[in-house]
Design a protein around this ligand. Structure first.
Ligand SMILES: *[C@@H]1O[C@H](CO)[C@@H](O)[C@H](O)[C@H]1NC(C)=O
Ligand SMILES: *[C@@H]1O[C@H](CO)[C@@H](O)[C@H](O)[C@H]1NC(C)=O
Length: 533
């Protein structure tokens, strides 16, 4: 016989385990934007449909807008399409279907149409159908619209497909992103002057979509051929106009392709020290047409940067050495390496880079306060992904503290998902001006990086008179938290360590704790609570 006691953990604390993790990608009938994005992310992260050029996202909207019946889930996969996919799993798509089995534990050859009510299953079935019947996915929206009509939905209206896609892409995903963005541009002989100018236009295209500023996005450029040289460093220019004119003034050199020298210069010069207060993702975009002088040296130089926490995109134009650029890019390499057929295609990649770059990761350091992170002044949300590395979790867990001024911050955390969101997370906490958020993350028994997504948005608190400077602070502290636990029944207080609580949580699997924003309410057995001091 067991009597359950209600306990209140008095400090603002969240402790979670996978048993009550949120995953909308597996929720039947779910069609929210967040679930669609999380589904596509899972598919891309596992390189199931590499380089889909936003086709899956555009398709989700086009299919839902043009087919009312929800059969086949978000992507409206028909029975005939599912049959095609199932058959292909025993033939041409055998390897892919095995990957799906390994990564998601989904046996495609036995999927039924009602299984596709789950967003992930619908997305996987459509991805496999695309691989079987559409691939390769064209880059341009208009061509994607045509592929949609030809191969997926013969009643589709191609003009509407483009309109819906344009609407989708008006959203500025990068508002206020804090990023140190370095372009490495190939100025070697094989590129040619005309293509070099197209590269500069491409850079400007990306820059025009970012918020340039000292504590927002800072841009630097290194150009390279047989030597590498910093055209301008981070923070040299702090307005969009200044950055654009500096880019337009970059010389074309000609000569050999010593990519490794440029990567080394990025490490020893651009990313060697940080001169800013706020969190900033470090992102490097390498644009090159060809093959470097030494593949081994290039890959080794790129690895050193990745080890420092720099996210690397490689863009190969004309005739790149794919192996070299894939190995130099960050993981998953199928989304961080972009193979362009010509410099004319470069425009279509802007959004891809932009969306990814503003979500690039930052490696958090123990005891370092990341203060004054700006929140966009307009009514847009900002997203920042943070990786809490193993080194920080030296104690039994990590305390993450978020305070905010003139805003609202929501933090999603997870171990097994490198970009947790509303649709998929293990831990969640919110903070407002009057209520800072504290999240205690219990260290898992296996070594693992903890991932956080910090979503911030401006919010005027009526109790605070002026709000000129919306911003938030976040800090990470490896600690063995003592947790004050109060018995609801007899008002007795005991101190539990986080390890005690972890133990209790592990043992009380049948009891679902409820996570409130301020207090954490648990129900568990009397015998177990005796373990606490
Ligand atoms: C790309 O990433 C995959 C998965 O991590 C890896 O197995 C593969 O070797 C990588 N490709 C290259 C060319 O480095
Ligand atoms: C963030 O930290 C800075 C300096 O450490 C401090 O001045 C500021 O008040 C803090 N802001 C919030 C919202 O806690």
């Amino acid at each position: 016989m067991s009597i359950k006691y209600l306990l209140f953990v008095v400090i603002c604390l969240g402790i979670a385990r996978h048993a009550y993790a949120v995953d909308l990608t597996l929720k039947p009938g779910e069609t929210s934007n967040a679930a669609i994005d999380a589904t596509i992310k899972k598919i891309r992260d596992n390189c199931i449909l590499a380089q889909d050029y936003f086709f899956l996202k555009r398709l989700s909207v086009a299919q839902m807008n043009s087919i009312a019946a929800t059969t086949g889930g978000i992507w409206r996969v028909t029975s005939a399409q599912l049959t095609t996919v199932r058959n292909a799993c025993n033939g041409i798509l055998k390897t892919k279907c095995n990957e799906v089995k390994t990564e998601f534990n989904v046996d495609v050859s036995t999927l039924t149409i009602s299984d596709l009510q789950k967003p992930l299953y619908s997305g996987l079935a459509m991805s496999l159908f695309i691989l079987n019947s559409v691939s390769p996915v064209p880059l341009q929206k208009a061509k994607q619209a045509q592929s949609w009509k030809t191969h997926i939905n013969s009643n589709g209206d191609t003009t509407e497909f483009v309109t819906w896609s344009n609407e989708l892409e008006q959203l500025n995903d990068c508002a206020g992103a804090q990023m140190d963005l370095l372009f490495l541009i190939d100025s070697s002989g094989s590129v040619g002057k005309d293509n070099f100018i197209k590269t500069l236009e491409f850079l400007n295209n990306i820059v025009s979509n970012l918020d340039i500023g000292e504590e927002e996005t800072r841009v630097a450029v290194i150009r390279f051929s047989h030597f590498a040289i910093v055209s301008f460093n981070l923070g040299k220019y702090s307005t969009k106009t200044a950055v654009t004119s500096a880019i337009n003034a970059i010389y074309y050199d000609g000569g050999l392709t010593h990519t490794d020298l440029a990567l080394d210069l990025a490490r020893t010069d651009i990313f060697a020290t940080t001169t800013r207060k706020s969190i900033a993702a470090k992102v490097l975009v390498l644009v090159t047409d060809g093959q470097s002088r030494s593949e081994a040296k290039t890959v080794a130089a790129a690895k050193k940067l990745k080890d420092m926490g720099v996210t690397i995109f490689t863009i190969g134009v004309v005739n790149p050495r794919k192996s070299e650029l894939m190995a130099s890019a960050s993981e998953p390499n199928c989304t961080h390496f972009i193979d362009l057929k010509s410099y004319d295609d470069i425009d279509f990649i802007v959004k891809e880079i932009k969306t990814e770059t503003c979500k690039a990761v930052l490696n958090a350091e123990n005891g370092v306060d990341h203060s004054n992170n700006p929140i966009p002044k307009a009514d847009t949300t900002k997203e920042q992904v943070v990786d809490v590395t193993k080194t920080i979790q030296s104690n039994s867990g990590t305390m993450i503290t978020v305070s905010v001024q003139c805003g609202e911050v929501t933090v999603y955390g997870a171990y097994n998902n490198n970009q947790p969101s509303l649709a998929s997370y293990d831990y969640m906490i919110t903070a407002t001006d009057t209520n800072p958020g504290k999240l205690y993350i219990v260290k898992p028994t296996y070594p693992s990086t903890f991932h956080l997504t910090i979503i911030s948005r401006r919010r005027i608190d009526p109790r605070i008179s002026t709000c000129h400077n919306p911003q938030y602070n976040v800090s990470f502290e490896a600690t063995d938290a003592s947790i004050k636990v109060k018995y609801a029944q007899n008002n007795k207080e005991v101190l539990c360590s986080s390890d005690d609580l972890k133990d209790i949580l592990e043992k009380s699997k049948s009891i679902q704790p409820v996570n409130f924003r301020i207090s954490f309410v648990l129900g568990y057995e009397l015998a177990e609570i005796k373990k606490c001091r």
